[in-house]
Design a protein around this ligand. Structure first.
Ligand code: ATP
Length: 304
């Protein structure tokens, strides 16, 4: 469990994290989302004792990071995958980390296998692609078999096979009862991976809720309808106050009413239809709607 309590971090006059409080619970994957500059990395660094809070605190399994007896056994983290010494091989890097944390070398072989690093384990980390560096960073995070994992953009640089692998890994680790906090800018991937969401903007908490609840709250229902009489269908729906847009393949996309209401209108007016499908709610849309006001940097705009 991670407990963030009234956490604040100021850099000079700039407040990067602003009286932030939330808990990350075990047994589920929690997504940590926010626009660029929202304060995610700063918060994660404070969780790991790499940055000192201006005020407030963070506890991992009840203790601040600096008071953990064997930190690598309690919390594993992937922050900057490129931070490994480039001249070291992956195996040497993991071996050194294991030795300095009294972890048996057997575990090095285990995490190399677990992260698919096998064939690259004896190559210098400086020659690694971003995807291989990510795998090495994840291997290091898993080395102490920790109950809490913090992953900052773990999907970055991974190929499709790697993305599916990390998604499965996070779900499996959560199912074992671990606490998993993962930040990402990839909304479609996040929607496939997380159970719960913490969303921040300009250092403040914007949402702390389940994925489904978040989507329900911040998206409007969308229904795709295909009909051989699209003009009539459009008139029926717009007359009922429903927004209608053109979809792919000549279909219409109705926003703001569920399939039940759309179906009833179609039946009442005797319109022929070939398809009525509920469109999946988009995390990207929900995220944009919630964070629109709190985006620190917008393309072409000054910081507000
Ligand atoms: N060492 C530092 N000195 C001064 N300002 C900093 C420092 N580190 C972060 N900041 C500022 O704090 C704010 C939060 O940055 P942070 O990197 O935590 O955001 P983020 O949500 O991780 O962003 P991104 O999604 O772009 O990685 C930004 O405005 C950033 O410029």
């Amino acid at each position: 469990m991670i407990e963030v309590c009234e956490l604040t971090k100021r850099y000079g006059r700039h407040t990067a994290v602003d009286t932030l409080s939330f808990q990350v619970r075990p047994g589920r994957v929690t997504g940590f989302l926010g626009p660029n500059g929202a304060g995610k990395s700063t918060t994660m660094r404070m969780m790991l004792g790499l940055d000192r809070p201006t005020s407030g605190d963070v506890r991992i399994d009840g203790l601040p990071y600096r008071r953990l007896r064997e930190p690598l056994h309690t919390v594993g983290a992937l922050l900057d995958a490129r931070s490994v010494h480039g001249n070291r091989t992956a195996r040497a890097h993991l071996g050194w980390l294991a030795r300095s944390n009294r972890i048996p070398q057997r575990r090095v072989r285990e995490v190399i296998d677990l992260t698919g690093l096998g064939s690259a384990a004896d190559k210098r980390a400086g020659t690694f692609s971003l995807g291989m560096s990510q795998r090495l960073g994840i291997a290091a995070a898993l080395l102490g078999d920790p109950a809490v994992l913090l992953l900052d953009e773990p999907v970055n640089g991974l190929d499709p096979e790697g993305i599916v692998w990390i998604r499965r890994l996070m779900k499996d680790l959560a199912a074992e009862g671990r606490t998993i906090l993962v930040s990402s800018h990839l909304m479609s991937e996040t929607a496939l991976t997380v159970d719960h969401l913490i969303v921040i903007g300009r250092g403040r908490l914007l949402a702390d809720t389940g994925l489904t609840d978040f989507l329900d709250r911040h998206t409007r229902p969308c229904v795709r309808v295909r009909s051989p009489e699209p003009a009539r269908l459009r008139a029926v729906l717009t007359d009922a106050g429903i927004r209608v847009d053109d979809g792919a393949d000549g279909s219409l996309v109705a926003t703001g009413a569920g399939v039940e209401r759309i179906g009833e209108l179609i039946a009442a007016h005797g319109v022929t239809v070939h398809e009525v499908t509920r469109q999946p709610a988009s995390l990207e849309e929900a995220f944009m709607r919630l964070t629109g006001e709190s985006v620190a940097y917008r393309s072409g705009e000054q910081q507000r």
